[in-house]
Design a protein around this ligand. Sequence first.
Ligand SMILES: [Zn+2]
Length: 121
Amino acid sequence: MRKLISILKGKCSKCEEGDIFVKESSGLKFGLPKMNEKCPSCNHKFMIEPGYFYGAMYVSYGLTVAEGIVIYLISSFFIVKPMHFFIILAISAILLSTTNYKYARILWIYLFTKKTKKVYS
Ligand SMILES: [Zn+2]
């Protein structure tokens, strides 16, 4: 449960304290969120090697499909015409693309990083 909260908050996979993405001021932003190169808390390097996040595209694809299925099921109560389904799915895919980009990378980092145990002294 704690790991899920850390994923949702975008915290580092090693220490679960530092932010993976740079916190930006609230408001409507267009463009991709910026990642920290290293964890501000434990100095863990997020991009291990060049091209490390290519695999996150598959995670992003999976997220988009899952969201599309949910949106399709919800909208099927209200919409009958197939063209309207397509329009709603296309708009939702565009609107959720930034969120998918962010969480795909976070999930990718969590998939391939082992957590280190904290040593309290
Ligand atoms: Zn960290």
